[in-house]
Structure formats: structure tokens, C-alpha cells
Design a protein around this ligand. Structure first.
Ligand SMILES: C[S@@+](CC[C@H](N)C(=O)[O-])C[C@H]1O[C@@H](n2cnc3c(N)ncnc32)[C@H](O)[C@@H]1O
Length: 302
């Protein structure tokens, strides 16, 4: 298989072996790596069983609480329970990323800074407050997407979540403090290709650099409104190290008192591109189109 220049550029930056590079390029071209999961909403009782066959998840010990994986071929959005808001459908890679929350104590106050359409907020609530009773703020700068976020949360029994539309810099100067902030950052979205979604230019340097700059700005603002001893979970759905490991390195060097924290549940996925705890999966892992996550901790003494 002959790789394109853009594929070679990405695979070289990821330090992939020849075999891994061929598998990634094949996945990007085939566009068939999407794998869905469902997160149960507060409307689903503790003993709720979805109305479809589920996959065997014994090989996924990291699977977050109240997340089910439909058996291959099942389309979970096609059931009445989905319309009734008993569960929300999202990519399995997104659930894998949120497994990093297993290393975080239950927060008093949490903020999802880039929240629409709402998947990460639902995963956070399912973990820390399955009854939906938790002081959580879901923020989305884009008005149209904020409407979708509100609708999804309302449908899934999370209408009490406080929905806002501030820019990150406005949060940074607000004086508000949270114990946990989710930054599921806007990114070049290279993994969309592995899902069969067109995303022209996403492998190019200018798109990657522009996103890396924006991600650093969002994170610096998030650091300002994290309480001492608090956490930021940084996640993306893109592969390039400039938007992942290098952004995490930048924050740890630039902002005193911040360090990446180990997530024992994700240890097998430690990034070989980082000398601190940071985790990544590719389509070849079989958990969807891939993703990156890193849990940043603010020392209690700062
Ligand atoms: C990856 S998506 C979030 C997905 C969401 N967390 C979920 O799990 O459903 C990134 C979001 O960031 C928003 N966004 C774009 N530019 C932004 C910026 N400069 N600051 C904050 N959010 C931004 C986008 O509108 C988009 O909704």
C-alpha cells in the first residue's frame, strides 16, 4: 500500500512502525472505524437493561459506569427508549477518553467548557451523579450548538444542568472556581476520516497549527478557573501530537503547579510521545475512531 504525503507526515509524527502506519492509513481511507456506545441517563433506573443485544465488554475494564456497548450491527438510535431519553448515543472512543475521570474524586462543582452536543457532560453526570443531581455547568460558545445541547440534556432528564455560552477567556476572568473542568477541545478532527466523514485539510500543518493555538488559549483560561487541588480533563478526537502531547507539555511548562496525573485504568494506552501520563488510542485498538486524553492536576498549594 502506497501512503500519500499527508499520511506519511502524520504517521512519521506519530512515530508509527511500517505496519501501524499501513493500518492507520487503511482505516482513514476505509472510514469504517465508527463504533457506538450508549450512556444511560438519569431517566433509566439502576436495573435498566437496553432493549438490544450488547457486546461482551470484559476486555474493556476501563468502560465508564452506566455505559453499554451495542453488539455489532445494532443501531441504538432506532429504539423507542432512545427517543424517550433513557440513553444517549455517542462514540466508544469518547467513552474511553472519559475513563480518565476514574482518577478524579467526585467534584463539588464541575464545568464542561466545550459541551455541545453533550456527550461528555452525560458521561460525567453518569459517573458522579447517576440521579442527575449535581451542580454542573455545560458551556457552549456556538449558539446553534448550544440549542442542540439544551435539547439533548432536556431529553435525557438533565434539564437542571446550567447551560451557558461564555467564551473561555470570559470564564477565565469570571472569578468562578471549579474542582473539575472538561476541555473536549475543538480540533482538526482527523479521526472523522476513520468514521467516513469528509474533513478536507485536516492532516495539513496549517489546520493543525491553528487548532493547537486555540487549544492552548482555551486551556490557559480553564487553568484560571480551576480551584487549587482541582483537575482539567483534556480530550481531543484528533491524532496529531501538536494538538495533544505538545499542548499538554506547553501547559505544564507555562503554568506553575500543573502536572499530568496518572490514570491507572488507562495505563495500557500510555502515549509513547510523552514523558508524562497521557493516553491515546488509534482505530486499530477497536474502540472506535481513536482519541487522546490527559488529566491535568493543579497542586493544592498554588
Ligand atoms: C469536540 S466538540 C465538543 C463535544 C462535546 N464535548 C461532546 O462530548 O458532545 C468541541 C466544541 O467546542 C466548541 N468551540 C469551538 N471553538 C471554541 C472556542 N474557541 N472555545 C470554546 N469552545 C469552542 C465547538 O462549538 C464544539 O461544540
Amino acid at each position: 500500500m502506497e501512503l500519500t504525503k499527508a499520511e506519511i507526515r502524520l504517521c512519521t509524527r506519530l512515530g508509527l512502525s511500517h505496519g501501524q502506519a499501513e493500518r492507520l492509513a487503511a482505516a482513514l481511507r476505509a472510514g469504517e472505524s465508527s463504533r457506538s456506545a450508549v450512556v444511560l441517563s438519569p431517566l433509566a433506573p439502576p436495573d435498566y437493561a437496553p432493549p438490544f443485544d450488547c457486546a461482551d465488554t470484559t476486555a474493556m475494564p476501563w468502560l465508564p459506569p452506566r455505559v453499554k456497548v451495542p453488539a455489532p450491527g445494532i443501531k441504538p438510535a432506532g429504539f423507542a427508549d432512545y427517543q424517550a431519553g433513557l440513553y444517549y448515543v455517542l462514540d466508544l472512543s469518547s467513552c474511553w477518553e472519559s475513563a480518565a475521570l476514574s482518577a478524579v474524586p467526585r467534584p463539588e462543582r464541575s464545568l464542561d467548557l466545550c459541551a455541545a452536543p453533550g456527550g461528555k457532560t452525560m458521561l460525567l453526570c453518569a459517573r458522579f451523579a447517576p440521579d442527575g443531581n449535581h451542580p454542573h455547568t455545560a458551556n457552549e460558545v456556538n449558539a446553534a450548538r448550544r440549542g442542540i445541547l439544551r435539547q439533548n440534556l432536556g431529553q435525557c432528564g438533565l434539564g437542571q444542568v446550567h447551560v451557558t455560552g461564555l467564551r473561555p477567556d470570559q470564564w477565565g476572568s469570571s472569578g468562578e472556581q471549579f474542582d473539575l473542568i472538561l476541555v473536549d477541545a475543538p480540533c482538526s478532527g482527523q479521526s472523522l476520516l476513520a468514521k467516513g466523514i469528509r474533513n478536507p485539510g485536516c492532516l495539513g500543518a496549517s489546520v493543525v497549527n491553528g487548532n493547537a493555538k486555540r487549544q492552548k488559549g482555551i486551556l490557559l483560561a480553564a487553568c484560571h478557573c480551576t480551584a487549587p487541588g482541582g483537575h482539567i480533563l483534556y480530550t481531543t478526537c484528533t491524532y496529531d501530537p501538536d494538538e495533544n502531547e505538545k499542548v499538554m507539555s506547553y501547559i505544564q511548562k507555562r503554568v506553575p503547579g500543573w502536572h499530568a496525573r496518572e490514570v491507572p485504568a488507562l495505563a495500557p494506552y500510555q502515549s509513547t510521545l510523552a514523558d508524562f501520563p497521557a493516553y491515546r488510542i488509534l482505530p486499530e485498538h477497536g474502540y472506535g475512531a481513536g482519541g487522546f486524553c490527559c488529566l491535568l492536576h493543579r497542586s493544592a498549594q498554588t
